[in-house]
Design a binder for this molecule. Structure first.
Ligand code: ATP
Ligand code: MG
Length: 439
């Protein structure tokens, strides 16, 4: 039969055999977020379009070219989130989370949507892990979020990404820089792309982020922002660098980094790899002191980053970093005959209640096929229950790795015997699971 349709271009399915890789990475992200004092925030996949126009900025590629915007049946314009910060900031304001006091530290693990040209490391639906801090002006906060991102890479065994750091100033010093940029780009006006021409007046910094080869070549020789930032921004930037140095984190100042979204001020940073092709930026972030005001709140120094999970997985793959295989079935029970099948079923349920993995046949396989299947799923133990076993009240528990068989009672005492055999077989595994259950 022909499929009615395929998945949408630029989207990817994460299939059951692959999802453990995502879970592994996400688990590390959650643990590190917790260690840094961040709690999870979940916001809707769509928001009023105006939210992104205002926060991301209407001279950015994201707003001008990449948003999935549509009109609802009720006539409202809504947009699928292209990034995680705007929704988090909106929710924080809407629910007055700041009444609980600053700083507010939140993280998200979420899907994002951008209508881009799909290629390796660039999709239309992709996933981000992000951290957000609200109400923290100190350079220690900048260093903290950078260290948090860094710690995730370290935990994953990626320790050679290049951390590129820059400061793009504040509302006080930005106008001087804009003026210098405008003068420079005016002189190259005839070579700039249409979009950049339209940005020249309103936001010349956006031209620095243009992906067209001609514009980026021109941008490479543009005046650099570090020559224009004010004393306060300079001092803040020095503070960030000092903290990073104190934490032993290597960085490179890259005056060309401006980031693709309008809301950034002062610190901006990217973690970049050369191993995953052209889309080498795995994580990007910085400070956005003006964002909350832009959304109608009071002045709230804020910052954060977004990390692309697809790009991170590509990176792990390119480095051949092994992701631990998911746990396998602990016990596969075969029941022969109706009563034995019921007994098998209750044993399986009991083992599952003890947080181990147990399975039995639900597709109607023959006994031989079930044996093969138990082998295929790498079950650690198998047990066959038939009329004889029911009559005797005991069955043979087979350790599939060693081939040893132990007689275990089927009624009272099954679990003690099973666990004893289990511990003997895989002590570290069980202990680890017990630890996790306690945790
Ligand atoms: P790029 O310059 O590669 O387009 P960006 O500046 O638009 O990136 P951000 O908005 O900063 O990206 O998003 C943070 C991170 O999310 C990026 O560093 C990247 O890892 C990931 N990301 C962004 N867009 C995509 C996409 N279309 N597909 C996959 N990952 C993406
Ligand atoms: Mg982009």
């Amino acid at each position: 039969m022909k499929l009615i349709t395929n998945g949408i271009k630029g989207t990817e399915d994460i299939l059951p055999g692959e999802s453990y890789k995502w879970q592994f990475v996400e688990d590390i992200m959650r643990k590190q977020a917790l260690a840094y004092g961040f709690k999870e925030i979940r916001t809707p996949v769509f928001e009023h379009t105006e939210l992104f126009n205002r926060s991301v900025g209407d001279t950015t590629d994201v707003v001008q070219k990449e948003m999935y915007t549509f009109t609802t049946k009720g006539g409202e314009s809504v947009t699928l989130r292209p990034e995680g910060t705007a929704g988090a900031a909106r929710a924080m304001l809407e629910h007055g989370v700041y009444n609980d006091g600053y700083p507010i530290k939140a993280y998200y693990l979420t899907s994002c949507y951008r209508y881009e040209k799909p290629q390796k490391g660039r999709q239309r639906e992709f996933h981000q892990f992000g951290m957000e801090v609200y109400g923290a002006p100190s350079c220690l906060a900048d260093a903290e979020v950078i260290c948090a991102a860094h710690s995730i890479f370290e935990r994953l065994g990626v320790n050679d990404l290049s951390l590129e750091l820059n400061s793009i100033g504040c509302e006080k010093c930005r106008p001087n820089y804009h003026k210098a940029l405008r003068e420079y780009f005016e002189s190259k006006k005839d070579q700039l792309c249409e979009t950049c021409l339209s940005r020249l007046d309103r936001n010349p910094m956006r031209i620095l982020d243009c992906k067209s080869p001609v514009c980026s070549e021109i941008a490479a020789h543009a005046p650099t922002v570090l020559n224009y930032i004010c004393e306060d921004c300079q001092a803040h930037f020095e503070g960030v660098k000092d903290c990073l140095a104190a934490a032993g984190i290597r960085y490179q100042v890259n005056p060309h980094i401006v980031r693709g979204l309008d809301y950034y001020t002062r610190t901006v940073f990217e973690f970049v790899s050369n191993d995953i092709g052209a889309q080498g930026t795995v994580c990007g972030g910085g400070r956005y002191d003006g964002l909350i005001e832009e959304l109608g709140g009071t002045h709230t120094p804020s910052l954060g980053f977004g990390m692309g999970i697809e790009r991170l997985l590509l990176l792990l793959e390119s480095r051949k970093i092994e992701i631990p295989a998911p746990p396998v079935c602990d016990l596969y029970v075969i029941g022969i005959g109706d009563e034995a099948k019921r007994r098998a079923f209750t044993i399986i349920e009991g083992v599952r209640n003890a947080s181990l993995i147990a399975e039995g046949d639900i597709v109607g396989r023959s006994i031989k096929a079930q044996m093969k299947y138990a082998d295929k799923i790498k079950a650690k133990f198998t047990m066959v229950i038939g009329d004889n076993e029911l009559a005797e009240g005991s069955a043979k528990l087979r350790n599939m790795e060693t081939g040893t068989e132990t007689i275990v009672p089927l009624n009272d005492g099954f679990f003690e015997h099973f666990f004893a055999a289990y511990v003997e077989n895989d002590q570290s595994g069980l202990l680890q699971q017990l630890e996790e259950m306690k945790g």
